[in-house]
Write a protein that binds this ligand. Structure first.
Ligand code: CP3
Length: 355
C-alpha cells in the first residue's frame, strides 16, 4: 500500500495529515465522467461494465490527491437484482418499474441470487488491481431502510408518503422488507470485501427523517445486524465499517455503540461536540456542506480550516475529511484541488504524533 493513511485514520492510528475523499467523487461534476457516461449510454450500463466502472472510479484520482477510492456503483443495485427494474432517467433520478406497496409483492420478496450482482464484485476486483496499492478502495451499500424508501416509493421522494404509510399501518410488512434487505446487504458487503474492498460504508441517506424511536427500530437496528454479521465473519471482521446517517446528529452516541469504526456526519454536526460525545471511540468522517464549494477559493479554504480546527488535536481520535453529503454536479472541479490542498497542508499541525 503506497498510501494507507485513510485506513490508519479509520483505526485511529497516528497519521501525518488528515486524509480526504469526497462522497460522489466520481460523478457528473467531472467532464470526463460525463464523457464515459455518454459512451456507456446509461448509468446501469456504466455500472455493469467492470472496465468502465474502473475507469470512472479512477478519474477523480487522476485529478486530485484523494486518499481513498470508492467503488463506482449505486445503492440501488440490490433492489434491481431483486427484480424491481431500475433505470435512471436523465435529470429525474432513479426509477423502478415495480414498487413494493402490496402485501403479496412484499411477501414474495427474497434475497436475490448473488450472481446477479457479480458485475459489482468483478468491478471491485478490477479496480483494486488497477489501483495497485495507490490508495485504499471503499466498498459500500445503502442502509436497509434507505434502500426500502426507494423500493416502496419507486423513486426519490420529498414526503416519504408510501413508506411512512406502511410503517404506521403495516409495520410487519416493512420489517419483512428490511429483513430481506439486511440479509442481502450482509452477503453483498462480504462479497465486496472478498473481492478486494478494504473498508465498507453504509449510506443511510434517509434515516434522518424518522421519528426518534422509529430511527432505532427501522434503521439503526438493521445496520446493527450488518455490523454484527461482518464482525462475526473471520474474513471480514478486520475490515473497517463506516456508518453514515444523513441528519443523524441526534443519534451519534447510539451509532458509535454499534461497534462500527467510523461515523459519517453531515454539516449540522459540530465536530468538536460530536467528538466529545463519542469519546474518540470512533473516527469521524465529514463534514463540509457541499454547497460551500460554490464560494470562491479563499472562502472554501477558510471553511476547511474551521472544520479541522473544530476537530482539534487528533491525538487518540480519528478524522477523515469529507463533505456532509455528495458533491453537487454543479461544482467546479478546480475548487476541489484547493480543498484537498488545504486539508493536507493545514491539518499537519494537528498530527505531530504521525510524523
Ligand atoms: O463516487 C461515488 O461516491 C461512488 C458512486 C456512488 C453513486 N451513488 C453513483 C451515482 C455512490 C456511493 C452512490 C450512493 C447513492 N446512490 C446514495 C447514497 C448517498 C447519497 O447521496 O445519499 C443514494 C441515495 C443513491 C441513489 C441515487 N443514485 C440517486 C438519488 C441518484 C440520482 C440523483 C443524483 O444525485 O444524481 C443516483 C444516480 C447516481 N449514482 C449518479 C452517480 C454518479 C448520477 C447519475 C448519472 O450519472 O446519471
Amino acid at each position: 500500500m503506497k498510501n494507507d493513511i485513510f485506513l490508519r485514520a479509520l483505526k485511529r492510528q497516528p497519521v501525518p495529515y488528515t486524509p480526504v475523499w469526497l462522497m460522489r467523487q466520481a460523478g457528473r461534476y467531472l467532464p470526463e465522467y460525463k464523457a464515459t457516461r455518454a459512451r456507456a449510454g446509461s448509468f446501469m450500463a456504466l455500472a455493469q461494465s467492470p472496465e468502465m466502472a474502473t475507469e470512472v472510479t479512477l478519474q477523480p484520482l487522476e485529478r486530485f490527491d484523494f486518499d481513498a477510492a470508492i467503488l463506482f456503483s449505486d445503492i440501488l443495485t440490490i433492489p434491481d437484482a431483486m427484480g424491481l427494474g431500475l433505470s435512471f432517467v436523465q435529470g429525474e433520478g432513479p426509477k423502478f418499474e415495480k414498487s413494493l406497496r402490496h402485501e403479496d409483492d412484499v411477501k414474495a420478496l427474497t434475497v436475490p441470487d448473488m450472481h446477479r450482482l457479480q458485475y459489482v464484485f468483478d468491478a471491485v476486483a478490477m479496480i483494486r488491481k488497477t489501483l495497485d496499492g495507490r490508495v485504499p478502495l471503499i466498498g459500500f451499500a445503502g442502509s436497509p431502510f434507505t434502500v426500502a424508501c426507494y423500493m416502496i416509493e419507486g423513486q426519490s421522494t420529498r414526503e416519504y408518503r408510501y413508506i411512512k404509510t406502511m410503517m404506521y399501518a403495516r409495520p410487519d410488512l416493512l420489517h419483512h422488507i428490511l429483513e430481506v434487505n439486511t440479509q442481502t446487504t450482509i452477503v453483498y458487503l462480504k462479497e465486496q470485501i472478498r473481492a478486494g474492498a478494504q473498508a465498507v460504508m453504509v449510506f443511510d441517506s434517509w434515516g434522518g427523517m424518522l421519528a426518534d424511536h422509529h430511527y432505532q427500530t427501522f434503521s439503526l437496528a438493521y445496520m446493527q445486524k450488518i455490523v454484527d454479521a461482518l464482525r462475526a465473519d473471520p474474513e471480514c471482521k478486520e475490515t473497517p465499517i463506516i456508518l453514515f446517517t444523513k441528519g443523524g446528529g441526534l443519534w451519534i452516541d447510539e451509532l458509535a455503540q454499534t461497534g462500527c469504526d467510523a461515523l459519517g456526519v453531515d454539516w449540522t454536526v459540530n465536530l468538536s461536540k460530536a467528538r466529545a460525545r463519542v469519546q474518540d471511540r470512533v473516527t469521524l468522517q465529514g463534514n463540509l456542506d457541499p454547497m460551500a464549494l460554490f464560494a470562491d477559493e479563499e472562502a472554501v479554504r477558510k471553511e476547511v480550516r474551521r472544520i479541522i480546527d473544530d476537530f482539534g488535536t487528533v491525538g487518540a481520535g480519528g478524522h477523515i475529511f469529507n463533505l456532509g453529503h455528495g458533491i453537487s454536479q454543479f461544482t467546479n472541479p478546480e475548487i476541489v484541488t484547493a480543498l484537498v490542498d488545504e486539508v493536507h497542508r493545514y491539518s499537519a499541525q494537528y498530527h505531530q504524533a504521525g510524523n
